[in-house]
Every structure is written in C-alpha cells, then in structure tokens.
Design a protein around this ligand. Structure first.
Ligand SMILES: NC(=O)c1ccc[n+]([C@@H]2O[C@H](COP(=O)([O-])OP(=O)(O)OC[C@H]3O[C@@H](n4cnc5c(N)ncnc54)[C@H](O)[C@@H]3O)[C@@H](O)[C@H]2O)c1
Length: 257
C-alpha cells in the first residue's frame, strides 16, 4: 500500500470523491483534515477517519485563508487534495443563468486556486509538499456544460502553472481528471434525469462507472514518494471514456460477449 506520512487536507472531503480520499489517505497513514462547507458531513467523515473537520467556503478568500492559518497552527500540512466542487445541468447558454455560471466558476475554479495558494505558499516556504487538484474529463473535451467544462479546463491550467511556479521549491502539483464517478453529486444528476447511466457506461471502454475509491487511490499515488518525479500532469481516471467517445462516429464500441 502507498505510504503517506504527515498531515493531509482534503477540501470537499465531506462527500463523494473527497470522502473517499479522506478514507484512503488515512489508510495510507496520513492524519486527515476534512475541509468543507457542510459541517455535519465533514464531522462524520472526520470521526470515521480519526481526523478533524474544519469549515470553510473555498470560493471565499478570507474563509480559506483563515482555515489554512488555523490548520497550520496545529502543524504543517504536507498534502492537499482539492475536491470541493459543484456540477451543472447540461443546458444551452440561454438556459444557464449568469449567477449560476458565476457560482460554478467561483467554487470550481477560483476555489481550487485560492485553496492551492492558501496551503501551497506555506509548503513552498518549507520546500516540501504535494497537491492534487480534481479536474474532470470534460475539462479536456467539449460538453454542453458551459460553466463547468471551462472551469475544469482552468483547473488543469492552474495545476500546470503552479507546478512550474513551486517545482523549484520542492512542491509538486498534479491534477486527476475523473470520468463519471458514482458519487452523491452524480447520483443526484441521474435521479433528476440530467444524466443517463446507460449512455455513461456505453462510452466507457471498461463498461462501468468510476468508483470514488478509484480516484482516491490515484490521488494517493500522486501525493506519495512513488510519484516523486511527477509534477504538472493531468491524470485521467475515467474507465476509458476519453478513448471511447470518438468511436460514436463509427457506431460506438463493439459489443463483445
Ligand atoms: N462525480 C463525478 O462524476 C465527477 C466527475 C468529474 C469530476 N468531478 C469533480 O470531483 C469533485 C468532487 O465531486 P463529487 O462528485 O464527489 O461531489 P460531492 O457533491 O459528492 O462532493 C463535493 C463536496 O464539496 C463540498 N463543497 C461544495 N462547495 C464547497 C465550497 N464552496 N466550499 C467548501 N466545500 C464545498 C460539498 O459540501 C461536498 O462535500 C468536484 O470537483 C467535481 O467537479 C466529479
């Protein structure tokens, strides 16, 4: 198993991919801080992994900086995962109110940047640390998600910029781009009729949805010494969605029994 020694902050750790990251990081030996805006869920996950919960809104600079200072007062943070995010309905631009667009960009893009900076600056001063930002495969392709997809493309770009900025100071910054992952957020979209499971799996080479644990184990690898020479990459963990969607032009993947 991957070994991680030190304190790890998981932003968005109270649910879905973030909660899976909290569990996997704790199993790897890290001491976990669950940073989230949902108090009850954050405390439940923190209790489960023997860590602590800290409340913050990642899109609010003062809130993130205050949380980072409080967390750092109890000891240095070695690892950070940015998983806080919200998704959107697949609607044309005229169906997407600009305040919703602003909200998605504020949390998914600005929130990732603010959290990276709030914890990364201290890592850079200490010349040690590793960060993983959760982007998305739709940040690498076009999709009818006119706020979410560009915000996730920006997360990939933020990752590359900060990797170059802090690499000379010994801080690694990578991204993981999940495909469709079975979390409360995706389940909510499926239940609301905004995503169709049969379409999601039809364009998956491995024929299934991604599980939160699949993402968490990739994050643990990128944070660990096993990835000591890896920085600035974007690792898709998508059950082969990226390699399958272009086969739609040829009638889709072959059905094999
Ligand atoms: N589930 C998928 O299929 C999928 C695919 C690609 C990328 N992602 C990304 O993975 C990340 C996690 O998604 P998930 O599916 O686990 O969602 P989720 O809704 O299950 O969990 C998201 C967590 O982020 C927290 N959060 C939201 N806004 C916040 C804010 N402003 N400040 C602090 N915490 C906040 C929520 O309280 C929640 O605990 C997101 O960035 C999402 O865009 C998910």
């Amino acid at each position: 198993m991957t070994a991680l020694s030190g304190r790890a902050v998981v932003a968005g750790g109270a649910s879905g991919i973030g909660a899976a990251c909290c569990r996997v990081l704790a199993r790897c030996g890290a001491s976990v801080v669950v940073l989230d805006r949902h108090a009850q869920n954050a405390e439940a996950i923190a209790r489960e992994v023997g860590g602590e919960a800290v409340l913050a809104d990642v899109g609010d600079e003062a809130s993130v900086r205050d949380a980072a200072q409080r967390i750092e007062r109890n000891g240095p943070v070695a690892f950070l995962i940015n998983s806080a995010g919200i998704i959107q309905r697949p609607v044309p631009p005229e169906g997407l109110p600009l305040d919703r667009w602003d909200d998605i960009v504020r949390i998914d893009q600005r929130g990732t940047y603010l959290t990276c900076v709030a914890f990364g600056e201290a890592m850079a001063r200490r010349r040690q640390g590793a960060i993983v930002n959760i982007a998305s495969v739709v940040g690498m392709r076009s999709a009818p998600l006119h706020a979410y997809a560009p915000a996730k493309a920006a997360v990939i770009a933020i990752t590359e910029c900060l990797a170059a900025e802090w690499g000379p100071m010994g801080v690694r910054v990578n991204a993981v781009s999940p495909g469709y992952t079975r979390t409360p957020a995706l389940q909510g979209a499926i239940d609301a009729g905004e995503r169709d499971v049969s379409l999601l799996t039809r364009y998956s080479a491995l024929g299934r949805l991604v599980e939160p644990d699949d993402i968490a184990r990739a994050c643990a690898f990128l944070l660990s010494e096993d990835a000591a020479a890896i920085t600035g990459i974007n690792l898709p963990v998508d059950c082969g969605w990226l390699v399958s969607t272009s086969w739609a032009t040829y009638g889709g993947l072959r059905q094999r029994n």
